[in-house]
Design a protein around this ligand. Structure first.
Ligand code: MG
Length: 449
């Protein structure tokens, strides 16, 4: 019988006025959600997501945990559609649940966004991240374009590629893990791991046995290192389980459920594996009898040339596939001439593929608020056209807000999501450059928590 001991801590941090994180910790279901969206909308998104998850997770199966997260997504989308002041809200969610799979206890972990679930293994005391972040930098890291250390300090590390509330359909990552006595799980929002490195987090988790005490210490450290975001921490210890160690490899099973907004599959995995090396010379050394024949050395040469050609084709084919995929799944908003436009492709292009303008916005460079100029000069990158459109909508809202304040004689604020008044001014739709690529603009949102 699997049982737990747990503790949690939640803090607004040193900079933010509002706590948009929510946590849930009760026997058998634990979750962290990090909301986004101005005017307290993010607070609503994370609260609604957790509330819906708790309500929906009744059958206690891994698949139903995914369904519950999808229902939480649908609920956030519905609320945002029905309430103008909640427009653009979204939230991450990372959930750990005790579930039953064919009568066997399993720990199901579901994740969308960049909140994380970690595991400190009982047998090794090593900390490992169970979930994968759905963020721009995590995607670049998986593609080998950034190291983990570079991703950890990247200025665009808070741009998400997946979140609840953005679209009616959401892809949910699911892992199934075997409960092991002594294992310790940590669920947290980015307010923790952006401030405290993983070595320090692991040290606290090893040192403090009481979950509440360890959670409070992690929050204290995050605040001490700046506390620039809301901080939430849930710690779950497996107190009893059918397995108490000596666990075979492969106790973690990963499944991905759901569909993306365009029905596309999950990211392709670049061909990283080189072909198996040819046998060593010793093993491949022909016997004296074979060496005496003319065919021996020639067939070895042919085999090696063939292997080389195959390896080359795999590398070239893989590179073409990865570059094409990256190009077709990356957009950025930047300035072309004097106008803000949407480009397809990464900033600066990928090898032989240059970014191309796919939509104009009608916004001139002069209109861009001071706080956003630098972002656009460098190019704001996104992994879908919908997200780029959403950013343009946010930009237009900000321009309108600054103009309204100027008209009213008020001071100019001017940073994205900076707590200005809500405006409902209709934005000019972006104009597709190629009519064939025209899409209906999605509900405006920003993916910057
Ligand atoms: Mg956060």
């Amino acid at each position: 019988m699997t049982s737990f001991r747990w503790g949690s801590a939640l803090h607004v941090g040193q900079v933010r006025q509002v706590n948009q994180d929510h946590v849930h910790a009760e026997d058998g279901l634990f979750a962290v959600a990090d909301g986004m969206g101005g005017h307290r909308a993010g607070e609503v998104a994370s609260e609604v997501a957790i509330g819906t998850l708790v309500e929906e997770f009744t059958e206690r199966s891994p698949e139903q945990l995914v369904t519950a997260v999808q229902e939480a997504n649908a609920q956030v989308v519905r609320l945002a559609q029905d309430n103008a002041e909640l427009r653009g809200m979204g939230t991450t969610i990372s959930a750990l649940a005790l579930a039953s799979d064919d009568g066997r206890d399993v720990l199901a972990v579901a994740n969308v966004g960049d909140s994380r679930t970690y595991l400190l293994r009982a047998e090794s005391e090593e900390l490992e991240q169970v979930t994968e972040d759905h963020s721009l930098v995590a995607t670049l890291e998986r593609q080998g374009q950034l190291t983990r250390d570079e991703a950890a300090v990247h200025p665009q590390r808070n741009i998400l590629t997946r979140a609840l509330g953005i679209d009616g359909k959401v892809l949910v990552d699911l892992w199934e893990l075997e409960p092991v006595k002594g294992d310790r799980y940590l669920l947290c929002s980015d307010g923790l791991f952006n401030e405290v490195d993983e070595a320090r987090i692991a040290a606290v988790l090893r040192r403090l046995a009481e979950p509440d005490e360890a959670a409070a210490e992690l929050v204290r450290l995050a605040n001490e290192h700046g506390g620039r975001d809301n901080i939430s921490v849930v710690i779950v210890d497996v107190v009893d389980a059918a397995t108490d160690g000596g666990v075979a490899p492969g106790r973690v099973r990963r499944v991905t459920h759901g569909e993306t907004r365009d029905g596309a599959a999950a990211e392709p995995i670049p061909a990283r594996k080189a072909p198996a090396p040819p046998p060593s010379d010793d093993a491949d050394e022909p016997s004296p009898a074979k060496a005496a024949t003319a065919k021996g050395p020639r067939s070895r040469l042919t085999w090696r040339v063939g292997a080389f050609v195959i390896a080359l084709l795999v590398v070239v084919g893989g590179t073409v596939a990865v570059v094409s995929w990256v190009h077709g799944n990356t957009y950025y908003v930047g300035i072309e001439g004097d106008e803000v436009v949407i480009f397809e492709g990464p900033v600066g292009g990928t090898l032989w593929l240059e970014p191309t303008v796919v939509a104009t916005t009608g916004i001139t460079a002069d209109e861009v608020p001071a706080g956003m100029e630098n972002d656009l000069d460098g190019g704001m990158a996104f992994t879908s056209r919908a997200e780029a459109d959403a950013y343009v909508a946010t930009l237009q809202d900000e321009i309108d807000r600054v103009a309204d304040e100027t008209d009213a004689g008020a001071g100019i604020g001017g940073v994205l999501g900076g707590g200005g008044s809500t405006t409902t001014t209709a934005r000019p739709p972006t104009t597709p450059v190629d009519p064939a690529t025209g899409v209906t603009p999605p509900p405006p949102t920003t993916l910057v928590p």
